[in-house]
Design a protein around this ligand. Structure first.
Ligand SMILES: [Zn+2]
Length: 235
């Protein structure tokens, strides 16, 4: 487990050199909000990170329902049964194993796995603009139909889940990066992801924090580049 701090945000990374999977702890006055739950073996590392920071985890927020983002959720809930879990209304369906699409959505199959044995369900279903402590929920569909990003209103840090990746070079969800193609393999709709990437730019983030790869400081220029790259491919 590797822990990197930037302002109120702590990036917790597992398997940093091989297949990096990040989750995040956002510091609030009275505790920590965990964003995503990494892989099954990560619960001890996540608890250790919170212990190092010195505050309890009081909320668990999920960017989407894929297995590398909900893996440790059941074991974390065993350790902290009182902590509420948040996910978007739309990805709660995916969490329940429902892979159906709505008529207004891009009619292409949802990709990527939700763990079959996952028993935890969300307590709070999120929609655009909801506040979770200092975080605003922003609907950024594309990687999955219900993918959500979170903007820290104190710092303009954006925790984008897999709406972007930075491992293997910065990319919008669905844009295949040969050195780390896995987020692209798991992406549902490139054109929806592209629209969401543009939406994130409009918040002028000061920091971009993603599921796979390092955090990017002052990321606007590289986000614009990544958008241009995917736009040229799917034009
Ligand atoms: Zn992921």
């Amino acid at each position: 487990m590797r822990l990197i701090k930037n302002g109120y945000l702590y990036q917790v990374t597992f398997m940093a050199s091989v297949f990096p999977v990040n989750c995040y702890l956002v510091e609030e006055e009275d505790g920590l909000t965990l964003i995503d739950a990494a892989l099954g073996f990560c619960s001890k590392g996540i608890m250790k990170a919170a212990e190092t920071i010195g505050k309890p985890i009081t909320k668990i927020v999920l960017t989407h329902a894929h297995e590398d983002h909900v893996g440790a959720l059941d074991s974390l809930k065993d350790m902290m049964p009182e902590v509420p879990v948040y996910i978007s209304i739309r990805d709660h369906r995916l969490m329940n194993g429902d892979r159906s699409l709505d008529t207004h959505e891009d009619q292409t199959p949802i990709k990527g796995g939700v763990p079959k044995k996952l028993t935890t369900r969300a307590n709070v279903l999120l929609k655009e603009g909801d506040l979770i402590g200092s975080l605003t929920a922003i609907e950024t569909p594309g990687h999955t139909p219900g993918s959500m990003s979170f903007l820290d209103i104190r710092t303009k840090a954006v925790i984008a889940g897999d709406a972007f990746q930075t491992r293997g070079g910065i990319a919008v969800a669905g844009d295949m990066k040969p050195w780390f193609p896995f987020p692209a393999f798991g992406t549902w709709s490139k054109k929806t992801a592209l629209a969401s990437a543009k939406k994130l730019i409009s918040y002028e983030p000061q920091l971009l924090a993603v599921g796979h790869g390092e955090m990017a400081v002052n990321p606007l220029r590289v986000m614009e580049q990544a958008i241009g790259n995917l736009e040229r491919k799917i034009g």
